[in-house]
Every structure is written in structure tokens, then in C-alpha cells.
Write a protein that binds this ligand. Sequence first.
Ligand SMILES: NC(=O)CC[C@H](N)C(=O)O
Length: 226
Amino acid sequence: MTVAVVQFGGSNCDRDAVRALSHLGIDAERVWHEDGLPEDVTGIMLPGGFSYGDYLRAGAMAARSPILSEVREAAADGVPVLGVCNGAQVGCESGLTDGAFTTNESARFQCERVFLRVENADTPWTAAYDEGDVIALPIAHGEGRFEVSEERYDQLVEENRVLFRYCDADGNVTDDANPNGSRGNVAGICGDYGVGVLMPHPERACLPDLNGSTDGAGVLRGFEHA
Ligand SMILES: NC(=O)CC[C@H](N)C(=O)O
């Protein structure tokens, strides 16, 4: 079982992702996007960073890399795909997931710890939690504001595709607990074939000694459901 962590020019969370996955006993390797997916791939992670310098829009150029067609085919074949931060932006830009992650309401890069409420525990990415659980993860982004048409947003909610919402420490989903102005406080969603994307960084909350928290481990354990 090998999770391919796809590296683009400007990715900078690929090593963290491999380290966190390895710590959890999940075999993982970095894969340069031009080299294509390994044959034995059992999971795909699109990591965080600043692919192509976030020029045009964050994730827009990486989403046009030919490897994304392979990722889509693998997802359709049942290979779990997770996009984190820049990887979430690539997920939306490639059409694997709905909506877009756009410039934060603050128009600033924000680096802080946030609380997330688990909205749907019935996905590989959230199965380690219970619905309503509150976890703390770091965010580090300038373009993390989830936006989608009102009509599509209602459908996403109806189809139970919202994975996480920003909340306060007690699990209240309020404007004050929304760090970037995301519609409905959405921090992560599920696309077709179960592709999961989220802006906060679960791989930065897996190593107890270094991160001081293991709240993110459950998200990465989604790869064990392959
Ligand atoms: N940590 C990251 O992946 C950064 C995300 C993205 N480049 C942004 O600033 O919005």
C-alpha cells in the first residue's frame, strides 16, 4: 500500500505529509507530478504549498498538470484522494470537488489554530471521529475562503458533502469562529468518488512530540480505508 504525495513546483508540505503518514504506519512516497502515478498506488494526497507561486489563482496551474487526469481515473477506480490546503485548491480547480477557495475575507495570509466541527463522520476522512466532534488544526493560507453558488451550497449540504465547519471551542458554528469568511463556515468538503479536500492541515497535527496534537491523524487514517 503506497500513498502517492504529488509534488508540484512550489509544493512545500509534501515532506510533512510523508512524515505524518509514515508515523501512522501508512506507506507513502513523494511523486513528482511529471512522473505520473506509481502502478501500486493505493492512495493519493495533494499536499499544501504554493504550486506555481499561486499565480493566476492558487491551485489553478497545478490543476492543469496531466497527472490530474490520472488522479481522476484513480479516484473513479476507488483510490482514496485527499487534498490539503493548496491540494484542496487544486481539487476545486480541477473540478474534482465543487466550489472554489478564494481570497480570505481579511485579504491577508492567516496562520493560526482553528477549531473544526465534524459534520459527516460517514466518510473515510472523518470515520475516526463522531459527528459533532470538535478538533483543532492549524491553518496557513491566503486563499481559503470557500465559495460556491447558493444553489450548489444547498445541494452540498443536502448531499451531506460538508466534512468540517469552522467553529469555536464548544462546537458553535458562528461568524466569529469563521477565520476566512467561508460560506457556511465550510472548511472541507467531499467531491465525487469520495475525494476529500480541506484547508486546515491534518498532517501538522499528527506527531505528538513535534506538533503537540494528534487531532489530524484521523483524517490521514482515511487512507487505511482503501
Ligand atoms: N499552506 C498552503 O498550502 C498554502 C495555500 C495557498 N498557497 C494559500 O496561501 O492560499
